[in-house]
Design a protein around this ligand. Structure first.
Ligand code: GDP
Ligand code: GDP
Length: 438
């Protein structure tokens, strides 16, 4: 179920951002608005043929000296090796093959990950194709010529990328152990939660051999059920540069969330919830994952009988785009309500795979329409014909209507609320696809 991750690695100025933008089109997730921090695109959802994948650009800041370039490229390559299923190694036909290319290429080859050698800036295939031949010297297969700027050769390149999605590497462990990603800012207590869970439950496997991902997996058995906890705090890189740290922690979160069924956003109760938390949990929301908000260090908060409701309101307000999320107040230190966390995880797992019969859905729809008239525009009124659930994780519904343009976001939201009134679906996003009936 998890979407593959494709990472772009390459020297500065070979065209990584240009390629990223060409592939991502307008469907981008931007981490913006953080003062002084990465404003560029880090990851995006890409579709090609029947495939969907997450593209990440590992390139962060631009190093100035050649020493720095190599060091920074090695870091990038390591992140790609840790997180990606397929790596695009991007080079530049104009600058030709450089020493740093060969060194990084060695590192990528040794990782055993699928690597595609892509040569950019081949703006004119007749004129420059010969020049790509020197890249055979890298010994990682045929160079694939592209021009990111003129969008040439991208289709052929993507064909090669998606070929690797069928590799065994992507099959992963298909034994259906639910993945629970523990996400959040540094120091909120992610590792402490996992450690406490380790201490109180049976650990089946820790640090699964062969997982080269930059997150540590631990399978824990609780009440006879297994859960794979994915710890994004796992490895800390000693990066001096704040931009890089930020970028890498986002890439790590994206990769952990991608593999998970549920994301547990950990918040430090003393610090409170912030826009940064919203950004982090937004990654899980965009991907339709189950979401639980765990307010940690609850032992350290002075409480009266209003504290919980006040805190809940604050969380709901700042994280208003995930009204369906469950909120839980825990302490990794004392173990308070950690058992409850499993109950909520079980509930969310159940909700995200729940299927509602078409007949029942249409009863709800008919009733909802009778209670609140659908919107109209210039004398034309929205008609809803039929609704059916087409998939799970997240539960996804198709609504057939007379005119898509008339289906306002607010009316979809209204229908969503009616469905939630009837079935709850707590902890999971719901998706709606509006189709015109011909
Ligand atoms: P990055 O540092 O690897 O992210 O590289 P950029 O995407 O910022 O591109 C570096 C420079 O190369 C920019 O001036 C781009 O306009 C240029 N560039 C990118 N792709 C192509 C291409 O396909 N052909 C040509 N001629 N220039 C390109
Ligand atoms: P991470 O960076 O999110 O993995 O955070 P850590 O698990 O390393 O915890 C950061 C700090 O918070 C450590 O000093 C922990 O001892 C402390 N901490 C974690 N959980 C709790 C808690 O429930 N209560 C209190 N009082 N401190 C905690």
């Amino acid at each position: 179920m998890s979407k593959p991750i494709v990472a772009i690695v390459g020297r500065p100025n070979v065209g990584k951002s240009t390629l990223f933008n060409a592939l991502a089109g307008e469907k981008i997730s931007i981490v913006k608005d953080t003062p002084g921090v990465t404003r560029d695109r880090i990851y995006a959802d890409v579709s090609w043929l029947d495939y969907n994948f997450t593209l990440i650009d590992t390139g962060g800041i631009e190093p100035d000296s050649s020493d720095m370039i190599l060091k920074s490229m090695r870091e990038q390559a390591q992140i790609a090796i840790d997180t990606a299923d397929v790596i695009i190694f991007l080079t530049d036909v104009r600058q030709g093959l450089l020493d740093a290319d060969a060194k990084v290429c060695d590192m990528l080859r040794r990782s055993g990950k699928p690597v595609l050698l892509v040569v950019n800036k081949v703006d004119n295939f007749d004129k420059f194709l010969m020049d790509t031949y020197e890249f055979y010297n890298l010994g990682i297969g045929d160079p694939i010529p592209v021009s990111a700027a003129s969008k040439l050769g991208l289709g052929d390149m993507l064909d090669e990328v998606v070929k690797h999605f069928n590799d065994t590497a992507l099959g992963e462990e298909e034994d259906e152990i639910p993945g629970i990603a523990i996400i959040g800012k540094p120091n909120v207590g992610k590792s402490s939660i996992i450690n406490k869970l380790l201490g109180e439950n049976r650990v089946i496997v820790s640090d699964i051999a062969g997982t080269t991902r930059d997150a540590i997996d631990t399978v824990i058995r609780h009440n006879g059920n297994d859960y794979n906890f994915i710890d994004t705090a796992g490895l800390r890189r000693k990066n001096k540069v704040k931009e890089e740290l930020e970028r890498y922690s986002i890439i790590r979160t994206v990769s952990a969330v991608e593999r998970a069924d549920i994301a547990v956003l950990v918040i430090d109760a003393k610090e409170g919830v912030s826009e940064q938390d919203a950004k982090i949990v937004g990654i899980a929301h965009d991907r339709g994952k189950g979401i639980i908000v765990a307010v940690n260090k609850w032992d350290d908060v002075e409480k009266n009988n209003k504290t919980v409701s006040e805190y809940t309101n604050k969380v709901r307000q700042i994280l208003s785009f995930i009204p369906y999320a469950e909120i839980l107040f825990i302490s990794a230190k004392t173990g308070q309500r950690l058992a409850k966390l499993f109950d909520i995880i079980d509930m969310v797992l159940e909700n995200q795979t729940m299927r509602v019969q078409t007949g029942v859905l249409n009863e709800i729809m008919t009733e909802a329409v009778a209670l609140q008239q659908p919107p109209s525009d210039r004398g034309r009124r929205l008609k809803l014909y039929y609704m059916t659930q087409v998939s799970v994780k997240p539960p996804t519904f198709v609504i057939f209507v007379n005119d898509k343009e008339l289906m306002h976001f607010s009316y979809t939201r209204y229908l969503e609320n009616r469905i939630r009134d009837a079935f709850g679906f707590k902890g999971t996003a719901l998706r709606f696809i509006i189709r015109e009936r011909k």
